[in-house]
Write a protein that binds this ligand. Structure first.
Ligand SMILES: [Ca+2]
Length: 210
């Protein structure tokens, strides 16, 4: 008796984009921005705290281009936050029977205070897989093998089943996000002609501020 083994395993890695900083730090301190002035104070009352600066700052205010926004001046700059978490970093289809749809999913959660929101995407992929879906539906129609990814959630980028390729945008939101969840549903169907072997992929997901 021939043992059929089509083990589809996928591992995922989170990647956050590199950010260029001009910060000062030591073992005990981290100063992410500074102001060179000759005075300033912290004034308090029952209701308010006021931090002020007295000096000769120049070129203050917002400056924008297509790619950048600079908030220059005392306390104009603040560190933004952008986080991505997965409820699992692996999905596994096991050993599917022929012509039977199998799915495995995980949830990606994004938080950011970015005014322009975020985009979650596949940044790179490696390994082996079944043949990628090309008709928008992983259903094995025509007794062919198919493999792809569906996404659901309030900010999912598409509604059908797509081939998993570098650059595939999974979700985006153009406002600050609080616990934005995107469910990634990996789908596969093997056929009776599928080469019997182990298939596995490493997929790197990246979230970046828009
Ligand atoms: Ca199909």
């Amino acid at each position: 008796m021939r043992v059929i083994k089509v083990l589809l395993a996928i591992s995922l890695v989170i990647s956050l984009p590199n950010i260029a900083w001009a910060a000062m730090s030591s073992t005990n301190y981290y100063i992410y921005s500074d102001s060179l002035d000759y005075g300033g104070d912290l004034a308090t009352s029952t209701s308010n705290n006021l931090q002020d600066s007295v000096g000769s700052e120049i070129a203050i205010g917002d400056t924008t281009s297509t790619s950048y926004e600079v908030k220059a001046g005392y306390q104009g700059m603040k560190i933004g936050t952008l986080t991505l978490s997965l409820d699992s970093n692996t999905v596994d289809f096991g050993k599917p029977a022929a012509n039977v749809l199998v799915t495995s999913s995980l949830v990606a959660t994004v938080n950011t205070d970015s005014d322009s929101g975020y985009t979650l995407s596949v940044s790179s992929i490696s390994g082996s897989s079944l043949i990628s879906v090309s008709d928008g539906s992983v259903d094995g129609s025509g007794s062919t093998e198919e493999y792809g990814l569906k996404v659901t959630g309030n900010h999912s980028a598409y509604a059908d089943d797509r081939a998993i390729v570098a650059g595939l945008i999974l979700s985006s939101n153009f406002s600050p996000a609080v616990n934005d969840q995107t469910t990634l549903i990996f789908k596969a169907v093997r056929s009776t002609d599928t080469v019997i072997q182990n298939y596995s992929q490493n997929i790197i997901l990246t979230v970046a501020a828009n």
